[in-house]
Every structure is written in structure tokens, then in C-alpha cells.
Design a protein around this ligand. Structure first.
Ligand SMILES: Nc1ncnc2c1ncn2[C@@H]1O[C@H](COP(=O)(O)OP(=O)(O)O)[C@@H](O)[C@H]1O
Ligand SMILES: [Mg+2]
Length: 249
């Protein structure tokens, strides 16, 4: 060993402002291949902006971001390719409402990766089976439950063969009985070695699936540790205060 592998996600010296608001401050953040990182922190701390910066949905003002050693391109074809390598799943499922479940999953592979319809369909069915919604392939998103739609969104992201998956509060909009089926799908992905950055308030997921917990407050990474260490022995006042509030419920 002794060789330092290229991190799958690399952020260094990242600064981001919205007007006067300094929303990402001095971000130093690497994610290793196969690592599962859970990002937690109070509302407004910059978690979504961090995720959006990683696939350049938000441009940054300073610093560098690289995916698997390749710096984020500014725009054009290279950016479309990069976006394909970084799968993103949002709180709101963002499926195309007038396309079937199958079409939602095959659109990107056909348009962006140039796959044939037959190849895209075959892979889409495999992925829909994997997330447990293959029987819904011919339906429109509105005919599915929220949990099923979110699993389709996960399959859609996976269909692009991403190097890393970002999840921004993927279960926050779901009814309680549907949260587990989505988290189970994510645990499964983690077990298969997917590199994942997950913003979530689901501390059970963080404890069982995360290799590392990153705590953000006011645009900064305040501390990070293994889940065990972080939850039993938070170092900063901010993290202690935050955990005190969320773990009481
Ligand atoms: N498009 C935007 N324009 C202006 N301010 C924004 C925008 N998006 C987010 N913000 C602000 O940036 C800060 C961080 O937001 P966000 O990354 O969404 O935090 P979190 O996901 O942790 O709740 C918040 O103060 C939020 O109000
Ligand atoms: Mg957010």
C-alpha cells in the first residue's frame, strides 16, 4: 500500500457567496472511492449548496473541485459528461411527469450517453428491479407512491453509471412508512461499494451506513468523525447543541 488513491470527490479552498452571504467557507472535503459520508447540520448551514457545488449546479467563487481527479469543467459537453458521473437525488423527486417510469430512466442514457433504446431499456429494467419498482415501469410518476417515485429517481441516477451519488434529504418529503424503503435502497447501494454523499436527518442511516459524519454550521465544516465517535463524543458546542435538539425526539 502506501499509495494515496485519488479521492472520488475533492474540494479545497472552496468559497461561495450568495450576495453578502458567505455560504461555503474554506471548505476542505475529500471523499474516497467507496466511502459513504453523511452530512448533517442545522437548516441554512450550506449542506445543499455543498452538494450542488459538487456537480456544478452552483458555481463557486474560489477554490477547486475535482471528481476522480478531473477538475470541474466550466460548461459545455465536458460539464454534461461530468454531471453524468455525479448522480443526484433531491428531496423532490424531479421526475418528468409526462414520461413513463421507464422513459424517465432511459432518457439520460439515450440522450447523454448515446445508448441504443434497447440497451437503455435493458439496463433500466435491471435497475428498476434492483430498487424494487420494475412492475411500475409503464406507469406515469403520479401513479406511484412517493417512496416508489424516489426509488425511480435513484434508478434514474444509477442508469448514468455515476462515479458518485449525492443525496440531498432524499426522505424529507416522504410519509414515514415510505422512508424505510428508500433508506433500505440506499443502504444496499452503500453495501455494493457506491461512493455516496448523503445529506439527511436520518440518524439511524448515519449510524449504520456512514463511514464518516460531517457536521456543518454557518457554511463551514465544523467537525467530522466516525458515526460512533461523532454521536457519542461530539467535540464542538455547535454539534453538541444540534445533537441535543435532534436526538431528543
Ligand atoms: N439561490 C440562493 N440565493 C440566495 N441565498 C441562497 C440561495 N440558496 C441558498 N441560499 C442561502 O444559503 C444558505 C445555505 O443554504 P443551503 O445550502 O440550502 O443550506 P441547507 O441545505 O444546509 O439548509 C442559507 O442561508 C440559504 O438561505
Ligand atoms: Mg438543504
Amino acid at each position: 500500500m502506501g499509495v494515496t488513491a485519488t479521492p472520488m470527490v475533492h474540494m479545497s479552498g472552496v468559497q461561495k457567496w450568495f450576495g453578502d452571504l458567505h455560504v461555503l467557507q474554506d471548505i476542505e472535503f475529500d471523499v474516497a472511492a467507496g466511502e459513504v459520508v453523511v452530512v448533517i447540520g442545522p437548516s441554512g448551514s450550506g449542506k445543499s449548496t455543498l452538494c450542488r457545488a459538487i456537480n456544478r449546479l452552483e458555481p463557486i467563487n474560489e477554490g477547486e473541485i475535482a471528481i476522480d481527479g478531473v477538475p470541474l469543467p466550466e460548461e459545455g459537453k465536458a460539464l454534461a459528461k461530468l454531471r453524468a458521473e455525479v448522480g443526484m437525488v433531491f428531496q423532490s423527486f424531479n421526475l418528468f411527469s409526462h414520461k413513463t417510469v421507464l422513459e424517465n430512466v432511459t432518457l439520460g442514457p439515450i440522450k447523454v450517453l448515446g445508448k441504443s433504446k434497447a440497451d437503455a431499456d435493458k439496463r433500466a429494467i435491471e435497475l428498476l428491479e434492483r430498487v424494487g419498482v420494475a412492475s411500475q415501469a409503464g406507469k406515469l410518476p403520479a401513479q406511484l407512491s412517493g417512496g416508489q417515485q424516489q426509488r425511480v429517481a435513484i434508478a434514474r441516477a444509477l442508469a448514468m453509471d455515476p462515479k458518485v451519488m449525492l443525496f440531498d434529504e432524499p426522505t424529507s418529503a416522504l410519509d414515514p412508512e415510505m422512508i424505510k424503503e428508500v433508506l433500505d435502497t440506499m443502504v444496499d447501494l452503500a453495501k455494493f461499494g457506491m461512493t455516496m454523499v448523503v445529506v439527511t436527518h436520518e440518524m439511524g442511516f448515519a449510524r449504520t451506513a456512514a463511514d464518516r459524519v460531517v457536521f456543518m454550521a454557518d457554511g463551514r465544516i465544523v467537525e467530522q468523525n466516525t458515526p460512533d465517535e461523532f454521536f457519542t463524543n461530539p467535540q464542538s458546542d455547535r454539534a453538541q447543541d444540534f445533537l441535543g435538539k435532534i436526538l431528543k425526539h
